[in-house]
Design a protein around this ligand. Structure first.
Ligand code: PLP
Length: 355
């Protein structure tokens, strides 16, 4: 079966096997990673290796801290203004779809928030044509890949000296990025990294000036960095699985190799959609996501049949998000070309029968 879920998403088969194998006895400790004390040497080795591997995969510079936090990406929607909007108290946000809208709704509660670029009027089919950045803002928030609308920034907007804060939940590790282009990167783990609940934060050290008065201790990024993400018990099992995924990625040839594979997968799927009047993707080609491919049938009455026939063939979780309807195939790192080929073959067959 191939799981096209947007998240929690498919893990590489080799990682699932390794978890199974190591579950009763991880690294000769006589216990499972989920039974280890987060303060003990066994877990410390797992945690440190995971961070070192992520640093290598993303070429994270030494003046950036890596945090393994709880609360998913959504927790960061409030953590960001509480920690970063402490200069002018103003922050710029770019609205490009569902998830940036969520970040905006929450961010507004904690800072003077200005929408500096907006794709709402073109129904999130391309990134904004222009921006109105405030040079005195404390940060600019962008969502480089919108998981629901399938919209990707081909390039980051130029924000001058204002740090870019990016929600990379559905794009992290899918293609190389220059970490230096960002002040802070965050990503919920459940797409390209591992189990839900864990959120990875990569933050430039000079931005860790301390959260504003009244911030809950667990949401204070400086305090979390000082405690090695262990102010309380971290999500140890998720952290361990993330480490296995990082090892798998390295064995696959790293992020560059994944990007090559991801581009081939996306080309195959968008090619099948564009090559037919039966299927449609509304996003302009230059802004299409490599990871999340929403599509619609010319006859929406056939959607349920499409999903149920696909499910019978082991092509799972192809429903679009309830906010936009239609269908969606998420093709994260763990999805091989073979899975996308199986979907494309089914799409052609379905069109032959119902088109
Ligand atoms: N941001 C993006 C881009 C997402 O795709 C998601 C979840 O799908 C979230 C944020 C929310 O993540 P979480 O459920 O981990 O809070």
């Amino acid at each position: 079966a191939w799981n096209f879920s947007a998240g929690p998403a498919m893990l590489p088969g080799a990682v699932i096997e390794r978890i199974q194998e190591e579950l009763p006895d991880t690294n000769g400790s006589g216990m499972s990673a989920m039974e280890m004390s987060h303060r003990g040497a066994d877990f410390r080795h797992i945690a440190e290796a995971a961070e070192a591997d992520l640093r290598e995969l993303m070429a994270i510079p030494d003046d950036y801290r890596v945090l393994f936090l709880q609360g998913g990406a959504t927790a960061l929607f409030s953590v960001l203004p509480l920690n970063l909007a402490n200069g002018s108290g103003r922050a710029d946000y770019v609205r490009t779809g569902h998830w940036s809208s969520k970040a905006i709704a929450e961010g507004r509660r904690f800072c003077q928030l200005h929408i500096a670029g907006d794709s709402e009027e073109n129904e999130y089919t391309r990134v904004p044509d222009d921006y109105d950045f405030d040079p005195g803002a404390d940060y600019v928030h962008v969502t480089p890949n919108e998981t629901i609308h399938g919209l990707r920034f081909p390039d980051l907007p130029d924000t001058g000296a204002v740090p870019v804060v990016a929600d990379l939940s559905s794009a992290i590790l899918s293609e190389p990025i220059n970490v230096r282009d960002y002040g802070l990167i965050y990503a919920g783990a459940q797409k390209n990294i591992g189990p839900a609940g864990l959120c990875i934060v990569i933050v430039r050290e000079d931005l860790l000036t301390g959260a504003r008065e009244g911030t809950p201790a667990l949401m204070d990024l400086k305090a979390q960095a000082g405690a090695g993400s262990m102010l309380n018990t971290p999500p140890t099992f998720a952290w361990y699985v993330a480490g296995l995924v990082f090892q798998w990625l390295k064995a696959q040839g790293g992020v560059e190799a994944m990007a090559h594979r991801n581009r081939k997968k996306a080309e195959l799927l968008y090619g099948a959609i564009d090559g037919s009047d039966f299927y449609r993707n509304p996003v302009v080609p230059a802004c299409r996501s490599l990871m999340n491919v929403p599509f619609f049938l010319a006859d929406s009455a056939l959607e349920d049949r499409f999903k149920s026939e696909a499910r019978d063939l082991g092509l799972l979780t192809l429903g679009g998000h309830r906010a936009v309807g239609g269908l969606r195939a998420s093709i994260y790192n763990a999805m091989p070309l073979e899975g996308v080929q199986a979907l494309v073959d089914f799409m052609a067959d379905f069109e032959r029968r119902y088109g």
